[in-house]
Design a protein around this ligand. Structure first.
Ligand SMILES: C[S@@+](CC[C@H](N)C(=O)[O-])C[C@H]1O[C@@H](n2cnc3c(N)ncnc32)[C@H](O)[C@@H]1O
Length: 585
């Protein structure tokens, strides 16, 4: 295959799946000798280095519309996207000493050449704007971070003596030499800060070099918290439209407590917020963080969330649940280095690792769905892998419990509608609307860590204490017979979907379906395995961890859809067998 097309295919794969550059060639189906592969990879890496410059150029000189016939918007499968093809070609036109190495008769080269004078002039303009003398200085440095985020914590102003209001913070920052500007500019200019456009009431954006908080009384008092922007999204989505009369909340996976403290602030530190954390050392950190942040409405609990009994009267008023479970941590990067890393594991090992994590994550969501008064569940990960993101969400909405209790994905309007990057439809069975309703953040592109947020809601008419308590709703009673539930689902024609989703849930969840409460040895093993597969928990600590290269990167896919397919076939075979027996009888 043409050298440029191969590089563009690899770029397409990286855009969709992330992972290592090296792994992307094979994963994109590019067949090349070791020598060719090396050349293609060098081009991919160079293009990534200049990607933001090249994208700016292709916005100013919009070749995709000027040369629409050569670079169509839609291309068949296995053909590289026009945007990636344009990136690699423009790279070589502007940065390679040999220019575009293809026949002069090749239409893409001809189309590009027609606009080369304009592209070169625009490149010079970008250099002038950036104040650099060499075009190479427009490369993205591998350690570039364009902003640092600081969240103002209003709980301290509520409960501590003194003035800890946001106005007081602005005045304090003035004394530290920071001027507040209104327009967001990235990278943030030295000595300036602004309020984040998506979280304008609490998130301050500083230059990458800022560290004014070190030893500062505002930081020491817990009145400001270092928290990545994307990590603020789940709490914001969870608490949309909250009023104190509504009820109570749960943070199912709380330590170190960044999101817990934000939820607490959004509750004005009133009504109960139950914060589960199963790890002892992390629980200690959580307690300290909550005390420092004056989160007085939070009740920390050292326990496994999946051991809680949703029908316990203690949870009767819980209407909203946050699930930010352990994940591979693959979104935690403040460098582009991950794009250059070699595959760290065999693809199969990676695949099974993600598969097990996904299974644990799904188990957590399905457990949350069982809380009788719950009407909003937010699920988030700092992973960029679809296996832990869209595919888990798809399995959750396809589950039996989701159908029984009418859980569905919230509309985009409910989930930070102004955030542009949404989910990947191809990972959600091609459903564009579903993909629109979830949020993705791409490290390097969105000035945040890699992140994913989904929000499940259910109809108000079917919610509340009725479910699980009143028989006529059809909701399961404690210890209800699963066979009855299966019948119920079959009648509604959705059994296949439920079987598929349930096949992803470890035995522990299955045992809950049947009302058993004891942990089987197998279950304990599954949970233990899932724990061993998580990124080091420090990788979940957002800001603290941006210094650590969180999860390793993989281009490999999990076998989740293969697993679904296997489960479907197995069920179909069983049905056929049953039919045959009936016929024989
Ligand atoms: C991604 S971190 C949470 C980060 C936290 N939400 C924050 O923003 O600071 C996941 C946490 O969930 C905890 N965890 C994982 N599974 C759990 C479970 N089944 N029950 C309670 N906590 C769990 C882990 O120990 C870890 O501390």
């Amino acid at each position: 295959m043409n050298f440029y097309k191969s590089a563009a295919l690899a770029l397409d794969h990286l855009e969709k799946n992330q992972g290592s550059v090296k792994g992307s060639l094979a994963a994109a189906g590019v067949k090349a000798t070791p020598g060719e592969a090396k050349r293609i990879l060098a081009l991919v890496i160079e293009t990534l280095k200049y990607k933001s410059t090249l994208q700016q150029l292709l916005t100013t000189v919009p070749l995709s519309s000027l040369e629409r016939l050569t670079f169509p918007r839609k291309v068949p499968r296995h053909v590289p996207s026009s945007s990636s093809l344009l990136l690699v070609l423009t790279h070589d036109l502007l940065y390679s000493p040999r220019g575009v190495e293809a026949s002069d008769k090749w239409p893409p080269k001809q189309a590009l050449t027609r606009h080369q004078a304009r592209l070169k002039a625009e490149l010079v303009r970008l250099q002038l704007k950036a104040g650099v003398s060499r075009k190479e200085d427009l490369a993205k440095s591998s350690t570039e971070v364009s902003a640092r985020y600081v969240r103002w914590n209003p709980n301290v102003d509520l409960h501590r003596s003194g003035d800890w209001s946001i106005e007081a913070l602005f005045s304090h920052l003035k004394t530290k030499g920071f001027e507040r500007i209104t327009e967001p500019v990235y990278p943030v200019t030295k000595g300036k800060f602004f309020m984040d456009p998506h979280l304008p009431d609490c998130l301050l954006v500083f230059p990458p070099s800022a560290n004014w908080w070190v030893g500062d009384k505002w930081y020491e008092a817990g009145a400001v918290i270092l928290q990545d922007k994307a990590s603020c999204f789940p709490a914001k989505v969870l608490m949309k439209g909250w009023t104190q009369e509504e009820g109570e909340c749960i943070d199912a996976t709380a330590a170190p407590g960044n999101k817990t403290s934000y939820i607490s602030a959004l509750m004005s530190s009133q009504s109960r917020l139950l914060a589960f954390e199963r790890s002892a050392p992390r629980f200690t950190t959580l307690e300290k963080m909550l005390a420092k942040g004056q989160c007085r409405n939070v009740i920390p609990r050292r326990a496994d969330f999946t051991d809680s009994d949703p029908l316990d009267p203690e949870f009767a008023k819980v209407t909203r649940i946050l699930l930010d479970p352990s994940c591979s941590g693959s979104g935690i990067v403040n460098r582009l280095d991950y794009l250059l890393e070699d595959e760290v594991d065999e693809p199969d090992a990676q695949s099974s690792r993600l598969e097990k994590l996904a299974s644990f994550q799904l188990q957590m969501i399905l457990h949350a769905f069982r809380f009788p008064s719950a009407r909003r569940v937010v699920y988030s990960t700092c992973s960029i892998h679809a296996e832990e993101d869209e595919r888990v969400v798809l399995a959750a909405v396809s589950s039996g419990i989701a159908e029984e209790r009418e859980w569905r994905l919230a509309d985009r309007r409910e989930v930070l509608p102004t955030w542009e990057r949404r989910g990947r439809p191809e990972e959600m069975g091609g459903d564009e609307q579903m993909a629109e309703s979830v949020i993705r953040c791409l490290p390097g592109e969105d000035k945040t860590n890699g992140f994913f947020v989904a929000c499940f809601v259910r109809n108000e008419e079917t919610d509340g204490l009725q479910l699980g308590l009143k028989k006529k709703t059809g909701a399961p009673q404690r210890g209800a017979n699963t066979r009855d539930q299966a019948e119920h689902v079959t009648k509604h024609g959705n059994k296949r979907k439920r079987d598929e989703a349930d096949s992803l849930v470890p035995d522990r969840e299955a045992s809950k379906h049947s009302g058993q409460k004891s942990k089987t040895a197998k279950t304990a093993k599954t949970v233990k395995t899932a724990r061993a597969l998580e990124a080091p928990e420090a990788a979940d600590d957002e800001e603290d961890v941006t210094m650590i290269n969180g999860g390793d990167e993989v281009g490999a896919r999990t076998k989740t859809s293969a697993q679904l397919e296997r489960a479907r076939r197995k069920k179909a075979a069983q049905r056929e067998k049953k039919k045959l027996k009936v016929n024989e009888a």
